[in-house]
Design a protein around this ligand. Structure first.
Ligand SMILES: Nc1ncnc2c1ncn2[C@@H]1O[C@H](COP(=O)(O)OP(=O)(O)OP(=O)(O)O)[C@@H](O)[C@H]1O
Length: 272
């Protein structure tokens, strides 16, 4: 079976220095891959590369294939056909991603207006269905509400609704549950997992919360200094980590530091 996402030898250079070095991995439909590692290890840069959203001046080399589409060579016009439709995205800070002057129902509907030919009436129905699925309706949130009238968790649900609207093949989620309470986090992850099971959506989730990674991810990729130091099935990596850095990360999480951003660890590796 060929993979949904196929990343080969991805390297990224900022105007000042190399940021990612030769990162390779695959992700199958219906699976959740968690990318973890200390702050500054390049996790967000990896996510931005996959979405064609690297900052100006950054250069990427290598191959990123979404099924048959090579993403690394797409024009900006082609990217607009893929983002929001085949690739859904959710980030940690919902306030910057939402337009403060527009009602949330309109913003969720925008995704349909941009990527489908649904009628106004159908978009209204789809928007209400999505709001139910992400738990906004149950919380009494109206589609006529503005972002500032919502809690952080509710705004994050709006973003998730927008990301899921067009039933993307791949959802990229960068620390999107980090600021949420445990109950909301579990509800959001349950929804995402359900989409993986029922629609075969694949998820690349960036998280430093090793409890969440262990609970939801099928596979895990551990980053350090822009390099993937270890990857594999979550159970294998957690039960028998091979790299000293992964061993140190797991040991640290056992001591209760899992939900705070991971600060650089000093890991002494025997010279090879
Ligand atoms: N816009 C930018 N310009 C220059 N350097 C950047 C920029 N964005 C990120 N970097 C650098 O790239 C490296 C990787 O950053 P990145 O945000 O990808 O790490 P991260 O693992 O996601 O960290 P965190 O967990 O803190 O979000 C860091 O050294 C950072 O300083």
């Amino acid at each position: 079976m060929s993979s949904l996402l196929h990343v080969r030898n991805l390297s990224v250079q900022s105007p000042e220095r190399p940021i990612l070095h030769d990162v390779s991995f695959t992700l199958e439909a219906g699976q959740i891959l968690a990318v973890t590692g200390e702050s500054g290890s390049g996790k967000s840069t990896l996510a931005l590369s996959l979405m064609g959203l690297l900052p100006p001046g950054f250069q990427a080399h290598g191959s990123i294939r979404l099924e048959e589409t090579e993403l690394s060579t797409l024009s900006e016009q082609d990217w607009c056909q893929i983002r929001g439709k085949r690739l859904g995205m959710v980030f940690q800070e919902p306030m910057t991603a939402l337009n403060p002057t527009r009602r949330i129902g309109t913003q969720i509907g925008d995704t349909f207006r941009l990527h489908t030919t649904l009628s106004r009436r159908e978009i209204g129905t789809e928007t209400r269905t999505l709001m139910e699925q992400v738990g906004l309706s149950e919380a009494g949130v109206s589609e006529r509400a503005y972002p500032h009238q919502l809690s952080g968790g509710q705004r994050q649900r709006v973003l998730l609704a927008m990301a899921l609207a067009c039933q993307p093949e791949l959802l990229i989620a960068d620390e999107f549950t980090t600021a949420l309470d445990a109950r909301t986090q579990a509800a959001m992850m349950a929804l995402v997992s359900r989409r993986c099971e029922t629609q075969g959506m694949a998820v690349l989730i960036i998280s430093h919360d090793l409890g969440l990674v262990r609970r939801y991810a099928d596979h895990v990729l551990v980053m350090k200094d822009g390099t993937c130091v270890e990857q594999g099935a979550t159970t294998s990596v957690f039960d028998a980590p091979r790299h000293p850095y992964t061993q140190a990360l797991l040991a640290m999480s056992l001591h209760g530091a899992a939900r705070t951003p991971l600060t650089p660890l000093t890991v002494f590796t025997a010279p090879s």
